[in-house]
Design a protein around this ligand. Structure first.
Ligand code: NAP
Length: 473
């Protein structure tokens, strides 16, 4: 008997929490997992939380499908990559026209595009859905970015909106376009997240190695900043991380944590997407590079032995207000880049991505949630301009904050303290606002060695120069 409003396959951390969230919102959910013991564990969890009457557990895949009301919405929350394709193949003979697979893992957007097209031919809807906010978000309200066929989105919309995070009562869940649109936006979200985290880490570097602040003192500064324009989840948790103490030794935890950052791939995907689309995203690229360098601990230790420890600030003064404004400026540049990448992808793939809505659904539930996104959403709602650096509200902020970013990057360079991401943001800003750049020289060089041609500013059409044919070197 078909009794479930929706089905979910994959009861590991994310799937279990999402299923409990759906049940808590009053929907009956059929659940399945390849390894049956996980189903029993899940039923135990649901029982503990008083939600078992909303759960239809089923170990047999065909029976699981038969228990979902038509047209069916089946969430897949299994390991990203081949397991998703394998699961789709297993589901295909069991699904009927009009049913939909809702793939909610961290999938590559081009995989979602491919799956969307493949299933469309077979009359099955494929929604590629970016779910942000980790375990906590999945359980209590994630930000949900949906791509795929509009018809099947409409079937699933009430449930997805109900389980999503809310900002001022509005669901942080939206349909963003066909095919891979949802996963593309999620990928850029993660790239921006990388940038935010790296810029915060660089500012902490000035506090620790320049100003010699103890973690607790730095935590206090972040707590203050969280009351101002930087107010956000990441600034808030930074205060908590800096305040934490390792119980065995009583040492500040952050001082014992090894300085090697991992990455699962979405930051790299967003940097690659930006490059492929021909749109610079220097802050995201910088953040990805910073994590890669961090992982080469042994090399860094050897290099410090050769070049010596960073010089430090010497007598140079660093104003905490400048540090705050530098972080704000770097963040604006990074978000501006991310949104331009999405605008370009939208054009390239015919998605019509709603930029104001994207900023809106990132205001709660996800890792980059912040007050700042409310302002950004309002800015995009006003007009078509896709570079935030040209939106009046942000122009006002950047006109003063870029000076602070400049001071901080300069002082860090002199102190030999790395700022891959903040300096990349500043370099982008300076390149973006420079009417007369320097690639006139690059064009001359390209014509010299490759006859690539150039345009002269005083006439029409491509030109070539008659370069000398012999050189000393
Ligand atoms: P996971 O560790 O990525 O995957 C484990 C789940 O996949 C288990 O249910 C496992 O079943 C199933 N699975 C693996 N290979 C399978 C196959 N060939 N056929 C059928 N099932 C298979 O789980 P997770 O950590 O909960 O993550 C799920 C998805 O969410 C991933 O795409 C992950 O990247 C994404 N994720 C997102 C966030 C976020 O913040 N949005 C956070 C974490 C993860 P068995 O029990 O049978 O092994």
């Amino acid at each position: 008997m078909s009794s479930a409003d929706i089905g979910l396959i994959g009861l590991a951390v994310m799937g279990s929490n999402l299923a409990l969230n759906i049940a808590e919102n009053g929907y009956t959910i059929a659940v399945h997992n390849r390894t049956a013991s996980r189903i029993d564990d899940f039923v135990g969890m649901a029982t503990e939380q008083g939600l078992n009457d909303k759960v239809v557990p089923e170990a047999d895949l065909a029976t699981f499908i038969s228990k979902i009301k038509r047209p069916r919405s089946v969430i897949i929350m299994v390991k990203a990559g081949k397991p998703v394709d394998d699961m789709i193949e297993q589901l295909l003979p069991l699904l009927e026209e009009g049913d939909a697979i809702l793939e909610c893992g961290n999938s590559l957007y081009s995989d979602s595009q491919r799956r969307f097209e493949y299933l469309k031919e077979k009359g099955i809807g494929f929604l590629g859905i970016g779910v942000s906010g980790g375990e906590e978000g999945a359980r209590h309200g994630p930000s949900i970015m949906v791509g795929g066929p509009e018809e099947q989105w409409k079937n699933a919309q009430p449930i997805l909106e109900a389980i999503s995070a809310k900002f001022d009562g509005e669901p942080c869940c939206a349909y963003l376009g066909e095919g891979g649109a949802g996963h593309f936006v999620k990928t850029i979200h993660n790239g921006i997240e990388y940038g935010d985290m790296q810029m915060i880490a660089e500012v902490y570097g000035i506090m620790r190695d320049g100003l010699h602040m103890a973690p607790g003192e730095a935590a206090e500064v972040f707590r203050e900043w969280n009351k101002g324009p930087l107010n956000s989840y990441l600034i808030e948790i930074t205060g908590h991380v800096l305040d934490a103490v390792e119980p065995k030794t009583g040492t500040p935890l952050v001082e014992l944590i090894l300085d090697k950052a991992g990455q699962k791939g979405t930051g790299i995907w967003s940097a690659i997407a930006a490059q492929q689309l021909g749109v610079p995203a220097t802050a995201i690229e910088g953040a990805v590079a910073a994590r890669s360098i961090s992982s080469r601990k042994d090399e860094r230790v050897a290099a410090e032995a050769v070049y010596g420890k960073p010089a430090g600030l010497g007598g140079a003064h660093v104003d905490l207000g400048d540090l705050e404004q530098a972080l704000l400026a770097g963040k604006i540049v990074s978000y501006a880049q991310g949104f331009v990448v999405m605008a370009k992808a939208s054009e390239e793939f015919g998605w019509n991505l709603p930029l104001a809505t994207i900023a809106k659904i990132w205001r709660a539930g996800c890792i980059i949630r912040s007050r700042f996104l409310d302002q950004m959403s309002a800015a995009y709602a006003q007009g078509e301009n896709t570079n935030l650096l040209m939106v009046p509200d942000f122009v006002e902020i950047m006109k003063t904050a870029n000076g602070s970013l400049r001071k901080i990057v300069a002082v860090a360079a002199t102190a030999e303290l790395p700022m891959i991401c903040l300096s990349a943001s500043l370099a982008y800003f300076d390149s973006y606002r420079q009417a007369l750049g320097t690639t006139n020289l690059t064009q001359g060089q390209r014509d010299f060695f490759g006859a690539h041609g150039f345009i002269l500013t005083d006439r029409e059409g491509e030109q070539h120069h008659d370069w000398p044919s012999t050189l000393e070197h």
